[in-house]
Design a protein around this ligand. Structure first.
Ligand code: ADP
Length: 642
């Protein structure tokens, strides 16, 4: 026992230590996360070990980088390895690495707060996930994504002690300790080596994790790809390997799956796995995975790029921003190129023409692979599409160079599919009518909404297939893509669409041409500035009338979006307020004949019915901005009954 004297008193050293204990409260968000981790995640407690080992590996990786540039590293001679000790008698498990360690400030910032992603977003995403029926695996995946890995130790431990000395020479010898109950303490603890040593005092019901066999099994399962030696009670348990450099034929699906889980910190299985190497135009080894689930679906979180960049098995950047296009951020895996200079910095990556070349090769290969898979395994591809459609669409809108490949990946329902069944644009082209030069699409809130509108009937009568788009974003996708396989993509409600005259297929007598011409002229005058043109329709069969968007640059979806933006910013009126519609009337529809007859007998009433019909048509076209006038008019018209 150390002691010192002050005046006449003898003070034991331990009391001195008491004075230097710093007690801290966890940040509120951390407390929330701890609460979720400790109380809600009963399943799969095992994963805590993977999380701690992966933190240790990250720390070693960082140290390796620092050693490349910094001459002075504390405890420089220590090996870059992870050692784990299980003590069954004491009920403890210790995980030690000789990585970068933590300074006092880092302990507070990295373990007492959630600095980067913020666990508010995490908690929110967990709630969203639960509400949308996510299963345990998806919830666990979120934990990895949000970096609450360290706190998973509290699933199994009643007390966590972290002994550390930073790689920085001025760092202190410290002990961080907590029971996960809202606060933690930091105190001096002499004699620490560089890195972090985490001692878990296991909860009674978790003492199995102090058994060597159990720990060995977990390490095999979760950590065999850790790129540093792992020692369990002094014995090596993993072989360090870069699986992507091995030959495809030697790798089992299980190995791929384990590597994916290790690398992406994932809990699901890879949906698609692509492993390839090329020598020209430059040497690339790539192993890419698409996950089963898309965490961005639950909102609030934008994924970091998930494909790491290596040069000859040395990690250059785990989440390189400039390596692949943004919209491929859902991909996980590794790209290793022997042609890259080892010292390429994260900043210079974006400008590097080498990196651009790698990006083109990898993106091209991946998209071709996806198209092949879509053909070979349509059901699996449908699963992919359900999760990741947004990224492919983002690609179309942002990456012109890949249009030909991306176009093949789009999937939509159509007038010829059953509800819920989708086709690709190539399927559409494959069954186009002789002489058909365009691909047609219609946008609406649902299949029922599109089919209740007046547009589908003309295509049906002419025997033409129409794609059904249910998201406003799809109209942008079509506007950007413009064509597929050399054929234009065309909205079924655009005014310049030349369709066959199908009016003949409708039953009933048509109003004579002169009467129709006079009716159209009267209608144009009555509707005034609201229409550009009124004419006898050649495309209507069953409906009385339809409105067409006469402004090819301002689609209804675009108008809505511009208006929403403006309302948010409180701007003045804009071009989106001017509706440019063409109006077509069906010469064979009884309602049209009634209006024509009414025109002479009761001109005022005829005008109101016409306006009503026009508003209903605009509404079908998604072009009616406010239904107020229409509703008032409807009440007035009802008053005319009887
Ligand atoms: P993540 O690893 O996803 O950032 P964690 O909760 O697992 O989230 O860890 C939080 C932070 O604590 C890490 O970002 C890192 O800065 C620090 N940390 C955790 N474990 C170690 C370790 N073994 N050595 C050094 N720093 C660590």
């Amino acid at each position: 026992m150390y002691s010192f004297t002050l005046g006449n008193h003898l003070y034991p050293y331990t009391i001195m230590q008491e004075h230097t204990v710093e007690k801290h409260q966890f940040q509120a968000e951390v407390r929330q996360v701890l609460d979720i981790v400790i109380n809600s995640l009963y399943t799969d407690k095992d994963i805590f070990l993977r999380e701690l080992v992966s933190n240790a590996a990250d720390s070693l990786e960082k140290l390796r980088h620092i050693q490349l540039s910094a001459p002075e590293v504390f405890d420089a001679a220590l090996p870059l390895e992870i050692s784990i000790r299980s003590d069954e008698a004491a009920g403890t498990l210790t995980i030690q690495d000789h990585g970068i360690g933590l300074t006092r400030t880092e302990l507070v910032e990295n373990l007492g707060t959630i600095a980067h992603s913020g666990s508010k977003a995490f908690a929110q995403a967990m709630r969203n996930a639960r509400e949308s029926g996510a299963d345990g695996a998806e919830a666990l995946q979120l934990i990895g994504q949000f970096g609450v890995g360290f706190y998973s130790a509290f699933m199994v431990a009643s007390k966590v002690e972290l002994y550390t000395h930073s790689w920085k020479s001025e760092g202190e010898h410290l002990l961080w300790t907590s029971e996960g109950q809202g606060s933690y303490e930091i105190l001096p603890s002499e004699g620490q080596r560089r890195g972090a040593k985490i001692v878990l005092t296991l909860k009674d019901e978790c003492r199995d994790f102090a058994k060597e066999d159990k720990v060995r099994e977990l390490l095999r399962r979760y950590s065999s790809f850790v790129p540093f030696p792992i020692l369990l009670n002094g014995e090596r348990v993993n072989t360090v390997q870069a699986i992507w450099t091995r030959s495809k034929n030697e790798i089992t699906p299980e190995e791929y799956s384990e590597f994916y889980k290790f690398h992406a910190d994932a809990f699901d299985e890879p949906l698609f796995t692509l492993h390839f190497n090329v020598d020209a135009p430059l040497a690339i080894n790539a192993l890419l995975f698409t996950p089963e689930n898309n965490p961005e679906r639950f909102g609030f979180m934008r994924m970091d790029p998930g494909v790491s960049l290596y040069c000859k098995r040395v990690l250059i950047d785990p989440h390189p921003k400039g390596l692949l296009p943004e919209w491929l951020r859902f991909l996980k895996g590794v790209v290793d190129s022997a042609d890259l200079p080892l010292n390429i910095s994260r900043e210079s990556m974006q400008d590097s023409s080498l990196v651009k070349k790698i990006s083109d090769v990898v993106t091209g290969r991946f998209l071709k692979f996806l198209a092949d898979q879509a053909e070979k395994e349509p059901e699996k591809y449908a699963k992919f599409w359900k999760q990741f459609a947004q990224f492919i669409k983002e690609g179309v809108v942002s990456d012109h160079a890949q249009h030909a490949r991306l176009g093949k990946l789009l999937r939509y329902e159509s007038s010829l599919t059953k509800a819920g069944e989708t086709i690709g644009l190539a399927d559409y082209v494959g069954r186009m009518k002789d002489g058909q030069k365009e691909l047609f699409y219609l946008y609406g809130a649902s299949r029922a909404a599109i089919e209740a509108g007046p547009y589908v009937e003309s295509f049906r009568a002419a025997g033409l297939e129409v794609l059904y788009l249910y998201e406003a974003a799809d109209e942008f996708v079509m506007n950007h893509l413009r064509e597929f396989d050399g054929k234009a993509l065309k909205s079924g409600d655009s005014a310049d669409l030349k369709l066959d005259d199908v009016s003949a297929t409708a039953s009933g007598d048509a109003l004579p041409k002169e009467r129709m011409d006079a009716l159209c002229a009267w209608a144009k005058e009555s509707l005034g500035a609201r229409v550009r043109n009124v004419e006898t329709s050649k495309r209507l069969v069953d409906s009385p009338a339809l409105a067409l968007n006469a402004d090819s640059y301002m689609t209804p979806a675009m108008r809505r979006m511009m208006r929403t933006l403006r309302e948010r910013e409180g701007g003045e009126d804009g071009p989106e307020d001017v509706v440019q519609a063409n109006f077509e009337l069906n010469a064979k529809h009884p309602l049209v004949a009634r209006i024509d007859a009414l025109r002479e007998k009761r001109p005022e009433l005829a005008k109101q019915v016409l306006e009503q019909l026009f508003d209903v048509s605009l509404m079908s076209a998604g072009m009616l901005d406010s239904p107020q006038d229409m509703l008032k008019r409807m009440t007035r018209l009802l008053g005319e009954l009887g």
